[in-house]
Ligand binder design. Structure first.
Ligand code: SF4
Length: 110
């Protein structure tokens, strides 16, 4: 049985090369919003609103799949990722990225 990686409905900013959270995403960090309000302004519109925060702080990258699935349908994903990057959020899943993925993104644009 094959698993489809067709994510053509996703915004172009978030075209993953693979559904494997260990692999990089094709994210144009420069296209993210430049000025972002804190989560208090947008968290009520988030797909993760009201969920157990522990889901978004997995102990390993491999356990991030459930959190990433919420991010995949989240209407504030770009804002969330921009906030995380601009504020140096080191831990947890933000904006459809794991901790390692964000570190790679930041290194890539530094
Ligand atoms: S992108 Fe993910 S972590 Fe960020 S608000 Fe949406 S569901 Fe929550």
């Amino acid at each position: 049985m094959s698993v489809s990686n067709d994510v053509s409905g996703w915004p172009s900013l978030f075209q993953p090369r693979s559904m494997d959270p260990m692999l990089d995403l094709d994210i144009d960090v420069h296209s993210l919003p430049k000025e972002v309000n804190p989560p208090d302004f947008w968290q009520e519109r988030a797909a993760c609103y009201g969920l157990d925060p522990e889901v978004f702080f997995p102990t390993t990258e491999e356990e991030a799949g459930l959190a990433l699935s919420y991010c995949g349908v989240c209407s504030v994903r770009e804002v969330c990722l921009a906030w995380a990057i601009q504020n140096g959020e080191r831990y947890g899943v933000w904006g459809g990225t794991t901790e390692q993925q964000r570190r790679r993104l930041i290194r890539h644009v530094a």
